[in-house]
Design a protein. Sequence first.
Length: 229
Amino acid sequence: MFFSGIDQYFILLVIPAMIFSLAMQIMVKSAYRRQARVRNARGITGAQAAERVLRHCGVTGVRVEPTHGRLSDHYDPRHRVIRLSHEVYGGASVAAVGIAAHEAGHAAQHADVYLPIKVRNAILPVCNVGSWLALPLILLGMVLEFYGLVTVGLALFSLVALFQLVTLPVEFNASRRALRVIEAEGMLEGSDYAGAQKVLRAAAMTYVAALVMAVVNLLRVMLRFRRRR
Ligand SMILES: [Zn+2]
């Protein structure tokens, strides 16, 4: 099979990227665990922090709700809801304030029509289709010796990498907004502020890892395709 099996690109590119990605996931979990145990000096819960960020940024009509799971926090732009895991929603830890403020930062981005978000939303539907259609198209193109299909497959693969690339400014900006408001509102100070910063920085690195993974997968497919042709 063309894409199965272990080739030199898998060993040289994919395995190091997988190790990097795994290391970043361990890092974010341990940063979260550490800061989730630290109660913030003002006793502010995640839900309160999210509300305060929304108010500070003048965002209206966004609800803050608890949701199941751990580290399942996200902003749903379609329903305009910030969903926070129970630990974050009701918890008054340093991590809870950091994460909740970050999600509220996403809500503020949507309210501002922040450009990278527009780009990301525009390519998202194609990416969803592309991520499962790219490989079959390339394989079909190879079998039929119809290289136009291979090119389309490679283009879809590139789009997935582009999506991960555009995700970076979106994530970094949400954390920047969050920390700015946390500071301006005096929600966290001193070591509490530094703790929230650590959690958000670690979370950002998982998005860097996702980009590295997408680029490496694209590179591997391109290198293997070139060798076969
Ligand atoms: Zn985010």
